[in-house]
Write a protein that binds this ligand. Structure first.
Ligand code: DGT
Ligand code: CA
Ligand code: CA
Length: 571
């Protein structure tokens, strides 16, 4: 979490310096520091704690000046020089620079020529045709920028699941330390595992609400206090995220947990059912007249109405009450069901760790197998490699398996689907791999029909086993390509290709809704991290929660199987 925050700040500094046409070496140095901090294997706060400023300077790309800035941020939550730099520009200028399709040079040009200093003004100017006469602009570029603005709007003010999770964990940890709360439960969209989170909702049981409130607003990650009441408070954290906290009595815990978990439509439905019985449901309990008849536990919120317990991830008004009435709530997959990771990168392409390092890290997680999947030649930016090098890597994988006891290491590849639907290695090479992952990494803007046919053709290759990150989206950065998912799912079924749920919090596709449909069609699924370093192997939990939102059970997900059964299930 800290790593990402600092990386973002250093990137912003680089962007602002670029706007000022500052020294190019300095700009590149900040960019490099940002990249290296982002891909660190350890929390930068921990690095600092264990070795002080010297340890920070040992991070590649971090010099003495940068180390001082990191230290300042770790100690005070801000970097004065960064704030000063921001003050040299109009208020919303960074927001402008960060719009996909913009960049520093365009931003400064539009500011100088048209006084554009915010995304809102930019959108208006484009729509009014005011950019037409600006050199370097054009219909295509304007279209890209407008799309970028829409994308930012959609996630505006919302946070990725991992960012929200780590902030909630930090708040829970800080509150726990102070020993004023009997129970602390993060609720809301976070507990339901949505892919983006608006704000954190913390529920606390305590007999000392006033002390909880004091503790909450005093946490060092809190930047502003929006409201502080007897049982409710709201704050803004250093990263701009809001956190709400409610304190209730033990006897209302279940009702409050249910209420604050939502979603709103799910809550309203239960309230209406209560009314039909002459009862009342609120965040304080289930009541008949004024007498509380349930709600101390969350189970009661369902059992009192004859329902099976509905796990938080299913509370989206997608048929959960009907299923619960019939006793048909699925036995949802859990993280502990996962036996292997079938998509990960090594130093051979754009990963940070070797095959053996990845294998040892996976073993420590208790998994039984992994599939090594570096990139194929077309993905040049990700250091994709030749068939000859792949054959060499297969040998390295076999050797690594001998060196690391107790884990099966399979040789695979993340093979590009070329624009014509053919695969990026010839069949003679593919057939030597244990499993093959196929992926779209180019020509994202193809029309839907063409893109769908391209993918289906690739699935028909007899060596294709898994279709990874099936929509290609990057949440908040890039819309997915146009595809007819229904046809792709049908083709996956027909060709025995498993669909991947990519656990990276920026991806999380297949989405929950697509998972539900895949299951209906009997399509096989896998959950992979796409890890580019050992610490990213931990992202599996976000894939699992997405699968749970898609109503999946362990039996629907192939990497919960033993390796033998997994291999038998795929072609
Ligand atoms: P978010 O924060 O936008 O990602 O989404 P949520 O679901 O966390 O929504 P939030 O933070 O506005 O509210 C937390 C929960 O409180 C929500 O999931 C259900 C409950 N809630 C909020 N507003 C209402 C309402 O008007 N009626 C009912 N019955 N429940 C509500
Ligand atoms: Ca919320
Ligand atoms: Ca809230």
């Amino acid at each position: 979490m800290l790593n990402q925050e600092l990386a973002d700040i250093f990137l912003n500094i680089a962007e602002l310096l670029e706007l000022k046409a500052d020294n190019l070496f300095k700009i590149r140095a900040y960019e490099k520091a940002a990249r290296n901090i982002e891909s660190l294997n350890h929390d930068i706060g921990e690095i600092y704690k264990s070795g002080g400023i010297k340890a920070l300077e040992n991070i590649p790309g971090v010099g003495a000046h940068t180390a001082l800035k990191i230290e300042e941020y770790l100690n005070t939550g801000k970097i004065k020089a960064f704030n000063a730099l921001k003050h040299e520009f109009p208020n919303n200028f960074l927001k402008l620079v960060e719009i996909p399709g913009m960049g520093p040079k365009t931003a400064i040009l539009l500011y100088k020529k048209l006084g554009i200093d915010s995304p809102e003004k930019l959108e208006k100017a484009i729509k009014a045709g005011k950019l037409k006469d600006i050199p370097g602009m054009g219909a295509k570029k304007e279209e890209n920028i407008l799309r970028g603005i829409e994308l930012k709007k959609k996630v505006h003010g919302r946070f990725l699941l991992d960012v929200a999770t780590s902030h909630a964990e930090l708040l829970v940890e800080e509150l726990s330390k102070l020993k004023v709360a009997d129970k602390i439960l993060p609720c809301g969209s976070l507990r339901r595992g949505k892919e983006t989170i608006g704000d954190i909702d913390l529920l606390v049981v305590s007999s000392h609400p006033a002390r909880v409130m004091d503790a909450f607003v005093g946490i060092s990650a809190v930047k502003d206090v929006l409201a502080k009441g007897e049982t409710k408070s709201s704050v803004i954290l250093q990263n701009g995220m809001q956190a709400d906290l409610r304190v209730v009595e033990e006897k209302s815990f279940g009702a409050a947990a249910h209420y604050f978990t939502g979603c709103k439509e799910h809550n309203i439905h239960l309230r209406q059912l209560a009314q039909q019985t002459g009862w009342k449901v609120s965040e304080y309990g289930i009541f008949r007249k004024d007498k509380q008849i349930g709600g101390e536990t969350e189970e009661e919120m369902f059992s009192k109405f004859g329902f099976q317990f509905i796990p938080p991830e299913l509370r989206e008004m997608r048929g959960e009450f009907e299923a619960a009435a019939k006793g048909k709530i699925p036995d949802l997959i859990e993280l502990k069901d996962i036996k292997g990771d079938l998509h990960l990168h090594t130093t051979a392409s754009d990963g940070a760790n070797t095959i053996e390092e990845m294998a040892r890290a996976v073993k420590a997680l208790g998994y039984e197998y992994i599939l090594i999947t570096d990139h194929s030649p077309s993905t040049r930016v990700a250091k994709g490699f030749s068939a000859a090098k792949l054959l060499q890597q297969i040998k390295e994988v076999r050797a690594a398996e001998k060196n690391v006891a107790g884990i099966r290491i399979l040789a695979g590849s993340e093979v590009d689907i070329k624009p014509d639907g053919s695969l990026d290695y010839p069949d003679e090479i593919l057939k030597q791999l244990d499993l093959v992952i196929i992926a779209v990494h180019s020509s994202f803007k193809m029309p839907e029909e063409k893109m769908t046919n391209r993918i289906i053709k690739a699935m028909q290759n007899k060596y294709a086993n898994i279709f990874t990150h099936p929509t290609g989206r990057l949440i908040g950065e890039r819309e997915g390509y146009a595809i007819d998912m229904e046809k792709v799912l049908q083709a996956a079924k027909e060709n025995n290709v498993a669909m991947e749920i990519n656990a990276h919090p920026k991806r999380l596709d297949l989405t929950d809704v697509h998972c539900m449909r895949a299951k209906e069609l009997g399509v096989k699924l896998v959950i992979n991290t796409d890890a580019h370093s050992t610490d990213q192997l931990q992202l599996m939990k976000y894939g699992v929660i997405t699968a749970r939102r898609g109503w999946l059970e362990a039996k629907d997900v192939l990497n919960t199987y033993s390796l033998t059964r997994l291999l038998q299930s795929l072609k």
